[in-house]
Design a protein around this ligand. Sequence first.
Ligand SMILES: Nc1ncnc2c1ncn2[C@@H]1O[C@H](COP(=O)(O)OP(=O)(O)OP(=O)(O)O)[C@@H](O)[C@H]1O
Length: 284
Amino acid sequence: MLALDVRNISKNYAHFQLKDVSFQLEKGYIMGFIGANGAGKTTAIKTILNLIHLDSGEIYILGKELLKHEVELKQEIGSAFGDIDFYSRCKIKALTNVIKKFYRNWDDEAYYNYLKRFNLNENKKIAELSTGMKVKYRLAIALSHGAKLLILDEPTSGLDPVARDNLLNIFQELVQDGDVSILFSTHITSDLEKCADYITYIHNGQIVNSAEKEEFIDNYRLLNGKESQFPLIQHQLIAYKKNSFGFTGLIHTRDFDSSLQIKASVPSLEEIMIYFAKKEDLHG
Ligand SMILES: Nc1ncnc2c1ncn2[C@@H]1O[C@H](COP(=O)(O)OP(=O)(O)OP(=O)(O)O)[C@@H](O)[C@H]1O
């Protein structure tokens, strides 16, 4: 079953378009949503939460159409949106007492377990929470109302390496039973290498690729060739950099002719992103 099915969504802003974005997340898995600054991650995430209206397309969550079942689905979605900084003078305890009234499946026992686990003191004011504590508080809320789909915009940014590692471990634990699914955006590709099952890559408002992580990476090869080899392959390269020995370039695996004897390796996610950004510089 699909936890999330995004079908051909589009959104037009004056200077940016989300163009025909489609991707699917299977129930019980973690999907990393990547792309450069301004690529459209937050815009796409906001449409999935129906915080902004679509111009076209459809979104299905846990098999139900978002627009038709929004109230019901909001019970099943845990997100890290809604700025809690607004309630800075409020204590965790007081804010939770307000929030929990919105959720029919609220589970106090689970909530207190998460507070304990995340080392959160409910007598602290929101203003007293560090970035990492705020992420954990939001997660505690999402997990205590029985959310089946977590949609998180850069949950690990601003966390120190230890806190990040802890959070990624929690993500992995959450999906273990197959009931919870997670979509999270990030710029930190090592997060994805550690815990994402699927990767969706958005570039200039369009999906470049959405696939299982190993398959995603296997779509590309990083070439390291001599100057004399460059003309043989230049037109197949997604992007390249020249250096004093020759060139390095990214290519779709399907376009690579291994008989050319050019050294090829499997790129990292970071390298894939860097070369896609470079493509703009090369082709305008
Ligand atoms: N309300 C809005 N009105 C007009 N343009 C907008 C609006 N919100 C976002 N945009 C534009 O949409 C584009 C994509 O922004 P978005 O925040 O979705 O990118 P992002 O991938 O999340 O970037 P980052 O990694 O920097 O957070 C940007 O060019 C931005 O200026």
